[in-house]
Design a protein. Structure first.
Length: 257
């Protein structure tokens, strides 16, 4: 088995995953990786106005504080989203959700726990567009509609804005996508430095091997709420981070606003 890069990323070295399932640690040890040094408290329902500006692409945060941003896209599996949200709340891990409004049913069922975690700064939200369209392939008006429609849904559902964070589907962007993002107030276009490669169905051992390989200080990790292996492996993911002396962080905690 090899670890691939996800969402059409550039190629990278691929380690063997032998022994990935061995040595899983306790939830107590894993939870220690879930406690960053500080948190950002958010007042739900107070939505700041959009401030247009140039959009900058970011795929890595500062390494000095030894933090890792776990980011979870999509969410077409309602049970997977439920189990992921439960695992995040139970462990206290700081993560960022990047939902698509087209999967509203899965996310809105978890509105209450997500809002609780948003209010304490444990969780942040990133805009991933409404229907997961490749923004390069649609006209400028539809680009803005994909971004703005998802932002409106996020505000209604969770009481927060996703600004300034936008992750274009498939990691696909060009100058026109950056211009549309910046005009809408999404000045941080978030890519990734590592991936669980879980946009396709994987085993738990594969997911754990992936985080072991990609987790480094300042890493932004691409993951998904689409298949059961990811929430099932969540405690083991945190244990890997703990043994690497890394802590979880939301995008605002890792990158600032």
């Amino acid at each position: 088995m090899k670890l691939g890069v996800d969402h059409r990323t550039s190629s990278a070295a691929e380690p063997a995953a032998a022994g990935a399932g061995a040595g899983a640690t306790s939830a107590t040890v894993a939870a220690r990786a879930a406690q960053p040094a500080a948190k950002i408290v958010v007042r739900l329902g107070r939505i700041p106005r959009a401030v247009p500006g140039p959009a900058h692409v970011v795929s890595l945060g500062p390494a000095a504080r030894r933090r890792v941003a776990l980011t979870f896209d999509d969410g077409f599996c309602a049970g997977c989203v439920r189990d992921l949200v439960r695992a995040v709340e139970r462990t206290g891990a700081h993560v960022t959700f990047c939902p698509n409004g087209v999967y509203a049913g899965a996310w809105e069922a978890q509105r209450k726990p997500i809002r609780r975690m948003l209010a304490t700064g444990q969780v942040a939200i990133c805009n991933h567009t409404f229907s997961h369209a490749d923004l390069r392939q649609i006209d400028d008006a539809r680009k803005r509609d994909e971004i703005d429609r998802n932002e409106r849904w996020i505000e209604r559902t969770f009481g927060v804005t996703a600004r300034p964070y936008l992750r274009p589907p498939y990691g696909a962007y060009d100058s026109a996508v950056l211009a549309a993002a910046g005009d809408a107030g999404f000045t941080r276009v978030v890519m990734w430095s590592g991936t669980l490669a879980d946009s396709s169905e994987r085993t738990e051992d594969y997911v754990v091997a992936a985080i072991r390989y990609w987790a480094k200080p300042g890493a932004i990790i691409l993951a998904h709420g689409n298949y059961p292996a990811t929430p099932r492996a969540f405690d083991r993911i945190l244990a890997v981070l703990r043994h690497a002396h890394l802590r979880t962080a939301t995008l605002p905690e890792l990158l600032g606003r």
